[in-house]
Ligand binder design. Structure first.
Ligand SMILES: Nc1ncnc2c1ncn2[C@@H]1O[C@H](COP(=O)(O)OP(=O)(O)OP(=O)(O)O)[C@@H](O)[C@H]1O
Ligand SMILES: [Mg+2]
Length: 259
């Protein structure tokens, strides 16, 4: 579903040139869950922004299905993104922020369906994310983690085939994070979506993923791809199993030099 070949990306910062990504090559199969882990600054957000067609690369090829990132961006039903910082419109209530992509896509006539049905779906998603009492609050009235949960709802509302998630659970407490890991897996198991997920938590990456792409420090490149052979569906207790711990230990072994 996503094919990346020899991606290179540099940034010019005043007097210096930063190589953020080099030779990044890997595939994400349709309906699979793939995580990216790597040290801070290794280019994970850069890679997601490039796949989403929001920044150009210097060289290399990115395909999403049969489309380039720019083509995929114009077909909004294909691709959704959760950014590292929640980007919510301050003048819109929580439920209206979740409904934003639906309104834009209906305006462009690229989304079929019934507005009221989507609004019900927005409310269901917010309830599921533990925000039942906050449908009509404004972003400034929410904590950082709550805002992030709103932006996760917004990425799920119109059911895109591919979702790119940049540390969506980074600002959450450990309990909410574990609960939302389960919720996300349930949504994914039911929906055959393709998810590319950036996280700093190796435990979270192993628990959620079919494959974990381990990146090197900047300039970021693929260091290893870890296949996670834990059976699915994965109840929370999987995290107590010896195989899970073995895989997490293997993931940590790639970062020995940072510990
Ligand atoms: N807009 C930009 N202009 C210039 N340099 C940038 C820009 N965005 C990122 N960089 C640089 O590119 C490198 C990779 O940044 P990026 O945000 O992709 O890393 P990351 O892996 O997502 O890090 P983190 O885990 O901390 O979120 C960094 O060295 C950063 O300074
Ligand atoms: Mg980042």
């Amino acid at each position: 579903m996503i094919a990346l070949r020899d991606i290179k990306k540099t940034y010019d910062q005043r007097d210096q040139r930063i190589v953020a990504l080099r030779d990044v090559t890997f595939d994400v199969d349709t309906a699979s869950f793939v995580s990216i882990v790597g040290p801070s600054g290794c280019g994970k957000s850069t890679l997601l922004l490039a796949i989403a067609g929001l920044i150009p690369t210097d060289s290399g090829v990115i395909r999403i299905g049969n489309a380039s990132p720019t083509e995929a961006k114009s077909k909004n039903e294909l691709l959704g993104m959760v950014f590292q910082r929640p980007v919510l419109l301050p003048w819109r209530s929580v439920v209206d922020n979740v409904m934003l992509p639906v309104e834009i896509l209906m305006e462009n006539r690229s989304l079929p369906g019934n507005y009221t049905r989507y609004r019900e779906r927005a409310q269901e998603l917010l309830d599921m994310m533990g925000l039942s009492e906050f449908h009509h609050s404004y972003p400034r009235e929410l904590s950082g983690g709550m805002q992030q949960r709103v932006s996760i709802c917004r990425s799920l509302i119109y059911d895109p085939a591919v979702i790119l998630m940049d540390e969506p659970f980074g600002a959450l407490d450990a309990f909410t994070r574990q609960r939302l890991n389960r919720e996300l897996l349930e949504i994914w198991e039911k929906s055959s979506k393709t998810i590319l997920f950036v996280t700093h938590s190796l435990e979270e990456a192993v628990y959620l993923s079919d494959r974990v792409v381990v990146m090197s420090a900047r300039p970021g490149t693929v260091r290893e791809i870890l296949d996670v052979d834990l059976a699915r569906p994965r109840p929370a207790e999987v995290r107590n199993s010896p195989r899970y711990h073995e895989l997490v230990a293997r993931a940590y072994s790639y970062f020995q030099d940072l510990l």
